[in-house]
Design a protein around this ligand. Sequence first.
Ligand SMILES: Nc1ncnc2c1ncn2[C@@H]1O[C@H](COP(=O)(O)OP(=O)(O)O)[C@@H](O)[C@H]1O
Ligand SMILES: [Mg+2]
Length: 269
Amino acid sequence: MAEEPILQLNNIEVKYHEVILVLKGVSIEVPKEGIVALLGANGAGKSTTLKAISGLLKHEDGKVTDGNIMFMGERIDRKHAEDIAKAGIIQVIEGRRVFEHLTVEQNLKVGAHLRRDGGSVKDGLEMVYHYFPRLKEKRSETAGFISGGEQQMCVVGRALMANPKLILLDEPSMGLAPMLIKEIFNIVTRLHRESKIAILLVEQNAKLALSVAPYAYVMETGRIVMDDTAEKLSENPDIKDFYLGLTDLGARKSFREVKHYKRRKRWLT
Ligand SMILES: Nc1ncnc2c1ncn2[C@@H]1O[C@H](COP(=O)(O)OP(=O)(O)O)[C@@H](O)[C@H]1O
Ligand SMILES: [Mg+2]
């Protein structure tokens, strides 16, 4: 029998302000020590999914109104964000928000408040600096003045300080130069390989996500419309067209050319 997944979303429905239905029955699994990608266009409901898991939804007057979320065999969808964090799930929210007036190291230390076990702050910093040597160099600098890529490293590092079992990573590549994106994804891959922390990675950049995650889900307007191995998804013509933006010849398509995707999809649902 296959090992029980670390995280399971079972048919969850999410509403904001009690009336705005955003997730319409979403089921996702993250295997123990696995890395899974959640793809989809802007507004599909990816961040909402992550917030439903981490409990941050409640701060936006959102609620899981149906289905359930299981983490390590325990139901978590009614728990408070802080308890979920202490159970081992840390979300790195979109937009790499650092505490701008604090130094890099002070930012990292903030993450240690959510540490599950008695492990010391010193051990946490050592681990972060091991994966992000750039942060060690910049440890005394004010976080508001380091580059965007370094800020992204800083928020991932802050998540690591909590010693999580699962990291929810929301669009780490957004707005960064290709070189930095590559650097960050290399670190994330290495971190996952060595530390065995499970990762649920949200990305609009499907090509990038499929290069690090062996399995992915595709979300559209609050529903999962496809899920498969990265290998299969990379070969799927609809994914190639719409999310990878590539034709068979490897050239980038215009949006007008891929619009037929939406029409074709209607026949599938
Ligand atoms: N706090 C909120 N209140 C009401 N609607 C929201 C809120 N947050 C997001 N939404 C709506 O939910 C939908 C999904 O948003 P989101 O989860 O942020 O998508 P994604 O991360 O895939 O871009 C969008 O239509 C968005 O406008
Ligand atoms: Mg988002």
